[in-house]
Design a protein around this ligand. Structure first.
Ligand SMILES: CC(C)(COP(=O)(O)OP(=O)(O)OC[C@H]1O[C@@H](n2cnc3c(N)ncnc32)[C@H](O)[C@@H]1OP(=O)(O)O)[C@@H](O)C(=O)NCCC(=O)NCCS
Length: 176
């Protein structure tokens, strides 16, 4: 899958990506506003899980985000909790390499994964939640066409404090 303006490309995860993914998911700065409480799997177990999962499927859509110019993995993005009945799924994204942040890659990857969800999975709505303090994420989502739906109070306990969670969504026809 090639993304927005040729900036990013997506490919399925491979077992050899486990070490890169683990490093990103263990990085405190990257995970600053991420709803993840538990440490990641050991690299070997993670690689085995990726091998067992195989290609992206309706219920597990998980992509490596590549810099399209070089093919270098720069992040991860996926669609989770897909519902056939309601035709929605939840988006997750990270640009793991800090050198690539705030340069449009996050917005491009968000658009590319949403386009996959709408075109290939026939989704009607893609949702996500974000901590209000995560300014870069909110800016990227808004630019892709996500609209804020509401705020859950005291929704997430992270680093010794409660945080609100902003709910956002985009419809197939309003993706930008
Ligand atoms: C969220 C994330 C995926 C966005 O990717 P990105 O490549 O940085 O996003 P983009 O460059 O496309 O857009 C980010 C926007 O936020 C702006 N921005 C970045 N940091 C900012 C800050 N501290 N304050 C204000 N604006 C900021 C950028 O300038 C840009 O907006 P602009 O192009 O209108 O100027 C990335 O920052 C990331 O991986 N963060 C860590 C993991 C994470 O929090 N994931 C989301 C969990 S909900």
């Amino acid at each position: 899958v090639t993304g927005d303006g040729g900036l990013v490309a997506l490919r399925p995860r491979e077992p050899g990506d486990a070490a890169t993914l683990t490093a990103w998911f263990e990085d405190a700065e990257t995970m600053r506003w991420w709803d993840q409480v538990y440490p990641p799997l050991p690299v070997e177990s993670f690689a085995a899980r990726i091998a067992a999962a195989g290609r992206p499927s309706y219920h597990l859509v998980s992509f490596m985000v590549l810099d399209a110019a070089t093919g270098t993995p720069i992040g991860w993005s996926g669609l989770m909790h897909a519902s056939v009945e309601h035709r929605h799924a939840a988006l997750g994204i990270l640009i793991g390499d800090p050198a690539y942040r705030s340069r449009g890659y996050g917005t491009a990857a968000t658009r590319a994964v949403c386009r996959f969800g709408f075109a290939q999975m026939n989704l009607a709505r893609i949702t996500l939640t974000v901590i209000p303090e995560n300014v870069a994420a909110r800016a990227a989502y808004a630019r892709a066409g996500f609209v804020e739906e509401g705020v859950q109070r005291q929704a997430l306990w992270k680093r010794g404090a409660w945080h609100e969670l902003v709910h956002m969504s985009v419809f197939a026809e309003s993706l930008r």
